[in-house]
Ligand binder design. Sequence first.
Ligand code: KIV
Ligand code: ZN
Length: 498
Amino acid sequence: MSDRLFVFDTTLRDGEQVPGCQLNTVEKIQVARALEALGVDVIEAGFPVSSPGDFNSVIEISKAVTWPTICALTRAVKKDIEVAADALKYAKRKRIHTGIGTSDSHIKYKFNSNREEIIERAVEAVKYARRFVDDVEFYAEDAGRTDNEYLARVVEAVIKAGVTVVNIPDTTGYCLPSEYGAKIKYLMDHVDGIENAILSTHCHNDLGMATANTISGVLNGARQVEVTINGIGERAGNASLEEVAMILKSHRELNIDININTQKIYPTSRMVSSLMNMPVQPNKAIVGKNAFAHSSGIHQDGVLKNTQTYEIINPQDVGINDNSIVLTARSGRAALKHRLSVLGIELEQEKLDKVYEEFLKLADRKKDINDDDILVIAGADRTENHRIKLEYLQVTSGVGVRPVASIGLNIAGESFEAAASGNGPVDAAIKALKKIINRQMSLREFTIQAISKGSDDVGKVHIQVEYDGREYYGFGANTDIVAASVEAYIDCINKFTN
Ligand code: KIV
Ligand code: ZN
C-alpha cells in the first residue's frame, strides 16, 4: 500500500516574496490555474493582511480555481486571521495558515516573550482561526533551530487546539538532512495525538539542502511538503516542487504517492520564470536548459544507443518536447497557440491575435523563434497599463563618434522628447530618458542576457534602480539591446511614479 503525500505549493506566497518578482492579480490567477492543472493539493495564495493587492489576489484565486485548497497566511494575530478568513470567503476549500516563532532567538528577540507565553499565543490563534474555518495549519517558525522537546510541546498543544496540519519550517535553511529527519521522527514519536494531524515540511535552501531536507522529512513521517516552482523564494529559495516530485516518482520503492501530473512540470516552470522575470539556472535539476543536454562524446554515444545509459528521467515525462521547440515566420496561429498551451499559457482570441502580430514581427528579424522568445512576447503587453511608455528611440553610435540618443516618451497621453550623448549607446539613451524623468534615481544593477544564441537573439535586460531609499526592479526584452535597456528602465520608473 502506498502512502499519500500532499503537495502544498507556496510559489504565490513564499516564492513571490523575491524582490522584483511580484506578480499582479491577473498573473497570479494564471499561475494558480497552472498549479491546479499540475495537480497540487494546496495553493498558498498570499498573506492577505500584508497588502490590499495580496488580499485581492486571494479573493480572485479563490474564485478562479476549483480543486486545490486555497490557503492564506497569517501571523498569530486576530486581525490577520479575520482578514484571511474574509479573503478566503469564495474558496471552495479553504485553509488558514497561522503561526509564530518558536526558536529561543525568535521568542527572545522577536517577541520579547517566553516559551509558555508563546504556547498560549499559538493555541489562542489556532482556536480563533477554527472559528472561521475547519482546516487550520500551524507553522512553528524557525522550527529548524527550535529545541525538539519544546517543539513537541508546541505541536501537541496546537493539535489539541484543533489544527489539521503542523508545519515544521526550517526557516533559515540551517538543518542537515539527518537532523531535520530526526526532528520529524522525534515529533512522530513523542507528540500525544500526532495521529490527529499531518506534519508538513517547509525547507529553505540557504545551504543548498532544501530538497534533501524535505525528502528526509518525508522519509521520517511528514505527509505534506511545502514547495515552490523552480525553488524560488526569499534568499536562496524554498524546496523545489519539480525536484521533490521527480525524486518521489523516480524512487518508486519509497511507495509515496503524489497527485502531480509531471508532464505539466516544464510548462509550469517556464511560465513562472517568464512571469516573474526570473531566469532558471541552466544546470537546475529537472527544468534547467542543460538538465537533459548530453554534451560529452561518451555520454552522447551512450544515450544514442540507449537513453537509459545516462538518463534517469525521460524528458517527456516532465513535459519537455524538443521536437516542437522552434517556430518560424511561416508558422500559423494554430502552431503558436499550441506552443503557448504547451508552455502553460491559454489566451483569448483577441490576445492571441496581438501576440501573433508580435510573433510575426519578431520572426521577420529572427529566424527561429524558441520558447523563451514566445514567453517574452506573450508577456509583452504587461506594459499596456504603464503610465509612461516609450514612443520612439533613435541612437547613433559607432567607432570614433560619441553616441547620441533621442527619445520620445508618452506620459499619461502627453508626448515628451529629449536628446543626449553618452559614453555608449545605452548611456546616451538613459541620459536622454532622465532629462524627461527628472528624478534622483541611481542604477544599482544592470544585466543583459541573450535568451539563446545567435546575433539575431532577443536580449533580456534586468535592472535595479534606487529611488527615495527603495529599490525597484525593471525588465525589458527586445532584439535591440539598447531598446531593451530603455524599456527595463521605463518599467522601473513606472513602479514609483504615478
Ligand atoms: O519559512 C518560514 O518559516 C515561513 C513561514 C511563514 C511558514 O515561510
Ligand atoms: Zn518560508
